[in-house]
Design a protein around this ligand. Structure first.
Ligand code: FE
Length: 132
């Protein structure tokens, strides 16, 4: 799987501003405002920047956070993580492994079977709905 690499100007030119701010500037949308925080539609959530499949609706759950939350990605290698010590917090940032889009953060307070909460921004995702 090849990396997708574009310049900051290219991303800025092709993404809506709120998507650019989240995915390329590590912004965070306000809780309970994003497109997918309460979505229960079956399908696959893709990276809004590069189209890589990241999360399946079968792993989405109501975390109460106001952001779309999943307990695992479709496979371990579609996302990468790195330490994020911004805002005087110690968090683990989650990025798209293909294009390095900022997706959100992962926390160790999720449900079984993984115990993980992938707390994502709706702005980083695009739901590909499937017939159920
Ligand atoms: Fe991506």
């Amino acid at each position: 799987m090849g990396k997708v690499t574009k310049s900051d100007d290219e991303w800025r030119g092709e993404l809506p501003q709120h998507v650019y701010e989240v995915t390329r500037r590590a912004g965070t949308e306000r809780a309970f405002t994003g497109q997918y925080w309460d979505t229960k539609t079956p399908g696959t959530y893709k990276c809004v920047c590069c189209g890589t499949e990241l999360f399946d609706s079968d792993t989405k759950y109501d975390s109460g956070s106001g952001w779309p939350s999943f307990y695992e990605p479709v496979s371990a290698d579609v996302v990468t993580t790195q330490e994020d010590n911004s805002l005087n917090m110690q968090r683990t940032e989650v990025l798209c492994a293909t294009c390095d889009a900022h997706l959100g953060h992962v926390f160790p307070d999720g449900p079984r079977p993984t115990g993980l909460r992938f707390c994502m921004n709706s702005a980083s995702l695009e739901l590909d709905e499937r017939e159920s």
